[in-house]
Design a protein around this ligand. Structure first.
Ligand SMILES: Cc1cc2nc3c(=O)[nH]c(=O)nc-3n(C[C@H](O)[C@H](O)[C@H](O)COP(=O)(O)OP(=O)(O)OC[C@H]3O[C@@H](n4cnc5c(N)ncnc54)[C@H](O)[C@@H]3O)c2cc1C
Length: 296
């Protein structure tokens, strides 16, 4: 099937894109077209207007600002995967990007498209949740910042208003001093090009990486595809904080992840299996983050 007819717009600035969005009620934003194209070809979305963001160059960047790193919405998975700044400061994001599908999807797909789509199995939604990111949302007359923790409301339903564009995600860097922080994004997936069964995004900051038994000062854990929204698991974080990592604290964190998960059955993974994977990948991800934090 082919998409239903639509009028195509190609703005060159965020302001122009926002005013087109305001002017045309029934419009969709187009980013990497790795998800929207499929939905439109199946006529599950039939917008009258398509607003292509690919000529809006000022949405494509990764930059360090005062106490935070900002990633523009049109930054591709490939750019995130290869960013030296992110590899150094927020390595969870390149690790999440490099596991998305294959090279053709990564060359075109964008961070903004992934957060806009808000699939609970998506890599960035879970990673950004673990990193406590903020989203910059822009409309013709306004701009606002929404904490990612408040953004995902229900299955593929978000805080984004119809007249808003995601401009960027920003991550505060103070909680993650590189010399004593480790991060990991681990996922189980049946084949390279498929979406994950469950993913676990984690970060751990220790008190002193050179100590005999470094204590976990702060832990972060978020799961993808373990519920109808990306899932932060604070009970797992609490189980680790204040003590050196041990089999006991890891068991408690893994149990907390299994208990928090409320996944749907899928063709190749029923909900019981996904709950088990949530616990096991939480354990592996947290253990990898701790190892990285103590071996910087
Ligand atoms: C075979 C395959 C496997 C995949 N596997 C994975 C995977 O394992 N993990 C994963 O995370 N993703 C996966 N994806 C999805 C991929 O990451 C997509 O690139 C992404 O979800 C959508 O990004 P896009 O830039 O292509 O957006 P588009 O398809 O262009 O848009 C998606 C939606 O977001 C909206 N949108 C786009 N940009 C903005 C913006 N700036 N502001 C507001 N709304 C916006 C659009 O209007 C649309 O509704 C896979 C895709 C394919 C085809």
């Amino acid at each position: 099937m082919k998409p239903a007819p639509f009028e195509y717009h190609r703005p060159t600035s965020v302001a122009e894109a926002a005013s087109l969005l305001e002017a045309h009620g029934d419009a969709e934003l187009l980013a990497g077209n790795q998800s929207l194209g499929i939905v439109m070809a199946n006529r599950l979305a039939t917008p009258d207007h398509l607003i292509d963001l690919n000529a809006v160059e000022d949405l494509d960047y990764v930059e360090e600002r005062d106490g935070e790193i900002a990633v523009g919405a049109m930054t591709t998975h490939r750019t995130i995967e290869r960013s030296a700044l992110l590899a150094d400061r927020l390595p969870m994001l390149p690790e999440a990007a490099e596991q998305i599908a294959g090279p053709s999807v990564r060359n075109r797909g964008t961070l903004g498209g992934s957060v806009g789509e808000a699939d609970p199995a998506g890599n960035y939604p879970a990673a950004l949740l673990a990193l406590d990111a903020d989203l910059e949302l822009v409309s013709e007359d306004d701009s606002r910042t929404v904490a990612i923790a408040d953004y995902f409301i229900a299955y593929m339903f978000t805080e984004l208003r119809e007249n808003e564009i995601i401009a960027a995600a920003t991550v505060p860097t103070d909680p993650f001093p590189t010399e004593r922080t480790g991060m990991a994004f681990l996922e189980l997936k049946p084949a390279a090009q498929t979406w994950p069964t469950v993913s676990a995004a984690s970060a751990i900051r220790v008190d002193d990486p050179d100590a005999a038994d470094p204590k976990v000062e702060e832990a972060r854990l978020a799961l993808a595809n373990a519920a109808d929204v990306p899932l932060r698991v604070e009970e797992a974080e609490d189980a680790l904080e204040g003590e050196p990592l041990s089999e006991e604290t890891l068991d408690a964190a893994a149990d907390a992840a299994t208990a928090a998960a409320r996944p749907e059955d899928e063709m190749h993974a029923d909900s019981d299996f996904k709950e088990e994977v949530a616990g096991e990948y939480a354990r592996r991800s947290l253990s990898t983050s701790y190892e990285r934090a103590t071996n910087n």
